[in-house]
Design a protein around this ligand. Structure first.
Ligand code: SF4
Length: 177
């Protein structure tokens, strides 16, 4: 399979690229940023969404594209399981976003909302976002019964206390658990 979009849409989303099962290492940007958007798995969805025009280029799209250093670790892992080479997609993502930025085209900034501010107050500014580039990487999973659905926000609490505060926030704002 050579075409970047074909590879991207054929990712099974099993998240094996988050585990060092070959001893060849794990994507450094994923380990640092934690959002799936910064792992090969998420960048597959991100590239497909951008190539299909489903989302605009956002600040986090640019960060995700820039944070891949084309080290090739994901090729070892993904080829072992699926015989696909994600770096073709990673390179295509960098090219697509790079051309957009170089042409001076708009880069969508995250919309500030009350709920986002409150979530960031609880988990810290880096761990809650409504950026569409992140949201699209949380919009689907491998279950054939699950329909793709874009979340409004992605939030990553670290402690039980943060989870409890988030649930209180959501309950107070009519967001079902
Ligand atoms: S090539 Fe990019 S996506 Fe793949 S492991 Fe290296 S940094 Fe991560």
């Amino acid at each position: 399979m050579d075409n970047a979009r074909d590879i991207a849409v054929n990712c099974r989303q099993y998240a094996m690229c988050k585990i060092d099962f070959l001893g060849s290492g794990v994507c450094a940007s994923g380990l640092e940023r934690h959002y799936v958007t910064f792992y090969p798995q998420g960048r597959m969805l991100l590239y497909a969404a951008l190539a299909d025009g489903k989302i605009p280029v956002t600040e986090k799209c640019v960060q995700a594209a820039d944070s891949c250093n084309l080290c090739g670790k994901c090729d070892y892992q993904c080829y072992f399981v699926t015989e696909m080479r994600p770096t073709k997609v990673m390179r295509a993502l960098k090219t697509l976003v790079g051309k957009h930025v170089a042409a001076g085209n708009p880069i969508l900034k995250e919309k500030e909302t009350f709920l986002l501010r409150e979530m960031q107050e609880i988990v810290g500014p880096n761990w809650a976002t409504g950026d569409r580039g992140v949201a699209v990487t949380y919009s689907t999973d491998p279950c054939p019964m699950a329909k793709p659905q874009m979340p409004d926000y992605v939030v990553m609490p670290k402690t039980r206390e943060e989870i409890a505060c988030l649930i209180t926030l959501f309950n107070g704002n009519g967001i079902p658990g």
